[in-house]
Design a protein around this ligand. Structure first.
Ligand SMILES: [Zn+2]
Length: 340
């Protein structure tokens, strides 16, 4: 059973490929689900309009179904973003988005209080309230899929940072001279451990060794992606196996740094790679016990996420109810932050 968490909310997950929305009742029931393609190539205004339409749709269907009226709208978005001002800053996977005041625009269109948060920060709220990190006061969520993202809770509070960018665990440096990350810097965990990095190494292997199992699989596949490298490794391709081993070590080194820095009770691993590769978590356990200080390494639990697709929606139920009452997130009453 889930304890009641204030009023119903309307949650939206703005992803690079899909926008998803649902009504969430105080008992955590998700209703009136909707999903549409993001289609960011049509421009910022078109995407914002789609978000507003989706919100109105869900709201009206919920009202027609007799569900409780939502207290507001929570939007999960890729970072970087400014959650206090409700601004999407410049996510790499939403082309053309620069300093978009998304919360204000949705609020103006719907008349409902609207809040913005990074998708992984909503995910840690979900897992801490309703999932693998339930009951913990110090917890970290790590998603491993095309990229590596994270959300952090310290002493029961989401860690946001002065600019809202805290928790970007994927950009911890694990190799001073390593491959370049999407942000142009060498050796970030994401540049070695993410699905994108595994695919890049897989393509290099196919070029280097046309007689490899991976190269044979690649001839019948549309593209060399992390899933194909996984299949080759499972079929006995040693070089493909080595790519995965390197990726898992990078994620393990990143996790060890998190353990040393934050001494969390639990790190929850979500995202498609965590789901499909149980060997990743085993390797991460090994690296944490090798690389982190003994006391926090013994303490920390490393768990698979209990929520998958809805991990960026459910957390809005407690989060939005908290933020409605928090003056730091009141964009009308709060003085505008001075530019520094
Ligand atoms: Zn990076």
């Amino acid at each position: 059973m889930v304890e009641a968490a204030g009023q119903a909310v309307l949650a939206i997950d703005l992803g690079g490929t899909q926008i998803r929305a649902a009504h969430i009742s105080p008992d955590l029931t998700l209703s009136c689900r909707r999903a549409v393609p993001t289609a960011d190539e049509e421009g910022v205004d078109a995407v914002v309009d789609r978000i507003c339409d989706l919100a109105s749709d869900v709201r009206h269907q919920a009202a027609a179904s007799g569900l409780p009226a939502p207290a507001g709208i929570g939007i999960s978005s890729p970072g970087p973003l400014d959650q206090r001002r409700g601004i999407v800053v410049a996510p790499p996977n939403l082309s053309g988005w620069h300093d978009v005041p998304l919360a204000d625009r949705v609020e103006a269109a719907t008349g409902l209080r609207t809040f913005l948060e990074r998708d992984t920060n909503v995910a840690i709220v979900t897992e801490r309230r309703y999932g693998a990190a339930r009951g913990s006061r110090d917890a970290v969520y790590v998603t491993v899929s095309t990229g590596i993202g994270g959300g952090v809770v310290v002493d029961g509070h989401e860690l946001i940072g002065v600019d809202g960018t805290a928790g970007e665990v994927g950009h911890i440096t694990v190799d001073l001279d390593g491959p370049l990350c999407g942000d142009g810097q060498p050796g970030h965990a994401e540049a070695i451990g993410s699905g994108t990095a595994i695919a890049r190494e897989g393509r290099a292997l196919v070029e280097r060794d046309p007689s490899s199992t991976l190269a044979a699989l690649a001839r019948d596949a549309e593209e060399v992606d992390a899933a194909l490298v996984s299949r080759a490794a499972d079929a006995g391709d040693e070089a493909a196996r080595a790519i995965l081993d390197q990726a898992w070590i990078a994620i393990g080194a990143m996790a060890a740094s998190i353990v040393n820095l934050l001494n969390p009770e639990v790190i929850v691993f979500g995202g498609s790679i965590s789901v499909h590769r149980p060997d990743m978590l085993e390797a991460v356990r090994r690296e944490v016990s090798r690389r982190a200080f003994p006391i926090p390494a013994r303490r920390v639990r490393l768990e698979r996420a209990q929520h998958s697709d809805d991990v960026s929606l459910l957390g809005w139920l407690p989060l939005l109810n908290e933020r409605i009452a928090d003056p730091a997130f009141d964009r009308v009453a709060a003085p505008k932050l001075e530019e520094t």
